[in-house]
Ligand binder design. Structure first.
Ligand code: 5RP
Length: 228
């Protein structure tokens, strides 16, 4: 699993704070990454104590963790999530976030936006006033050269994400590739999101605007919760 800058304690506090909002009978979108993993484990403990929930995983990793934790799983064909709990790579105060550090942002966006409420969980190193984290863009492999050109035309610098213990690029759970696109400070995330979505060959990008309903930011001392 990919590691981020925050402490595991801070991630756990944020995730457990959000998991407390899950009630028996709910369908829960299960996010991907090291912070969301804490929420999945906390929900697994709740299931072991009798809470009846069903999970909709956002990735192979989330599905495997949920199975290990004993959370019954369903798909979006079966049910709409009441709540989703998901991590973020960077977030700004209005709730706009950049996701996709684990290359799972396409399914995450589908599940998070389909949920009645989306709770974002993050450690305190992820907060910023203006987003400037490279934006992950999932794309069809045939489209790499043309999408790279389009990203450069938007003043972005694309880098094909490479795998750690495999030669060549990261291949997503959907069989696609990922460009990490550096734009510097992103003053208008909504506009950039629209421009990225309009590029032929782009499957999904990691800018999530108007998705988060509540943000749980954990630190070594506690958790702050605010509405987005
Ligand atoms: C995966 C994601 C993750 O939620 C994001 O990368 C945060 O991960 P972590 O909690 O491990 O820092 O978007 O695609």
């Amino acid at each position: 699993m990919k590691a981020s800058g925050g402490t595991d304690e801070a991630k756990r506090r944020a995730a457990e704070s959000a998991a407390q909002q899950v009630e028996s009978g709910m369908v829960v979108g299960l996010g991907t990454g090291s912070t969301a993993a804490h929420a999945i484990r906390a929900l697994g403990e709740a299931v072991a104590s009798g809470t009846e929930i069903q999970g909709v995983p956002t990735s192979y990793q989330a599905r495997a963790l949920a199975r290990e934790a004993g959370i019954p799983l369903v798909t979006l064909d079966d049910a709409r999530p009441d709540i989703a709990i998901d991590g973020a790579d960077q977030l700004q105060p209005d709730g706009t976030v950049i996701k996709g550090g684990g290359a799972a942002h396409t399914r995450e966006k589908i599940v998070d936006t389909s949920a009645e409420r989306c709770l974002i969980v993050a450690d305190d190193t992820k907060s910023t006033d203006v987003l400037d984290h490279p934006v992950p863009v999932e794309l069809l492999s045939d489209a790499v050269p043309t999408v790279e050109r389009s990203i450069r035309a938007l003043d972005g610098e694309p880098t094909l994400r490479t795998a750690r213990r495999k030669d060549g690029p990261v291949v997503t759970d959907n069989g696609n590739l990922v460009l990490d696109c550096a734009f510097g400070a992103i003053e208008a995330p909504d506009a950039l999101a629209g421009s990225l979505s309009a590029i032929p060959g782009v499957v999904e990008h990691g800018i999530f605007t108007d998705v988060a309903d509540e943000i749980h930011v954990g630190s070594n001392d506690g958790v702050s919760i605010h509405s987005a």
